[in-house]
Design a protein around this ligand. Sequence first.
Ligand SMILES: Nc1ncnc2c1ncn2[C@@H]1O[C@H](COP(=O)(O)OP(=O)(O)O)[C@@H](O)[C@H]1O
Ligand SMILES: [Mg+2]
Length: 466
Amino acid sequence: MLTAVAVSGYRSLRDVVVPLHGLDVVTGANGSGKSSLYRSLRLLAGCGRGDVIGTLAREGGLQSALWAGPATLGGARERGHAVQGTRRKGPISLQLGFASDDFGYLVDLGLPQQASGADAGSPSAFLRDPEIKREVVWSGPVMRPGSVLVRRRWGVVETRSAVGSDDEWGGGWGGEEDDESSEWESDPVEAPGARIGSRAAYRDPGPAAGSAPRPADRARRARPGWTELTRSLRPWESMLTELADPERAPELLRVRRMIRGWRFYDSFRADSGAPARTPQVGTRTPVLADDGRDLAAALQTIREQGGRELDRAVADAFDGAILDVTVDGGRFDVALHQPGMLRPLSGAELSDGTLRYLLLVAALLTPDPPPLMVLNEPETSLHPELLAPLARLIRAAAERSQVMVVSHSRSLIDELGVADPDDDDEIPVGLGSPARGITLVKDLGETFVQGQGLLTTPAWSWGTRR
Ligand SMILES: Nc1ncnc2c1ncn2[C@@H]1O[C@H](COP(=O)(O)OP(=O)(O)O)[C@@H](O)[C@H]1O
Ligand SMILES: [Mg+2]
């Protein structure tokens, strides 16, 4: 389970650490930074999917995403002065990270260095593309020098050498562990970096898997305690996607798997051309697509998993209505039988609110619960009467997945039964725990978590690029 998400330098999130508990409901006034928090998690997910630079580019590029205020606001805040620009001391940097029960991860994005010397003659058209400057994976809640497992600075990725046997390293691997990987875990000489595979991305691919390390590979372990995995990771590549494999860096693979499982649902389209309204060729669909195009197939998959949740969720919301999934020439569509109607309504005929509710039902009743599900303003265009059934669905989903709901709706928050923050210490955390409220507030353009003080901010360290 994620225990915190940290963001620095992204839009109004100049420097925040948001604690997470199991079912967290993020709220706040318009412009307080809710969507930015949602988008930061999406960017983090982009690292696990190999698409963080593309995700950032699609939202306008690094320059527009970077915190637009001064590097420090302390003086203006204390003296009540107008905010004035100050000379930036540190490098331009957008940092994102999370802590979880077992691993933490952070990524530090920046602008490319100005081309100079040999490169200056052939300027790249992608000079404005952000670059990944640094990535770190650590064990435990906070990054400390002793807890770092894998670190990346520019193109160089290093993993802590396997010294002796250490359960943190190889433990919990489950079925995919092969003989070779258990061998290096117990053999300090044959470190993971000694067996770098032959990928084109590496300048020096190293010996083939399974062979003894060459002297050159031993030499590369210059920094005591660290083994180089590569020197040539390209600036747009994340170590999570490029280097994660069970032999060289099992912890990268675990972090990537976790991140890849995260599911995001944000403002489903419900206009007349919406993908969810069009009958689609259906196959078994345990995970609703993020644009909802496979709604009917996803609902049918839920139904065929057994259980009555789907029928209950529909009847609960629409006054005893019954949902059918029709198949015509292989194309799946929904048919909603509502009391008082002479015929069922198809996907194309449903109201926006009804369609959105069905989409949320399909997302939340998934037969394949993700480790984390994030919903951005699920209340959008729902009839107020649907908020209570929606809250019941969210609470049920939170028994099986960690859930974060970003919401502007007081009624939805009330229906979710957000626990009183004053009893914070006594409220259990984890799956199925009571909903917690996180209120974002903005002060001098900067987002803060309301009520958060030194003692209640989760411990977090960004480290430095040097
Ligand atoms: N680059 C930036 N630097 C600082 N603030 C920004 C930047 N880009 C957008 N903002 C501000 O961030 C605020 C948060 O936006 P958003 O996350 O969409 O809020 P919400 O979803 O809570 O309504 C907005 O008020 C916007 O003015
Ligand atoms: Mg918003």
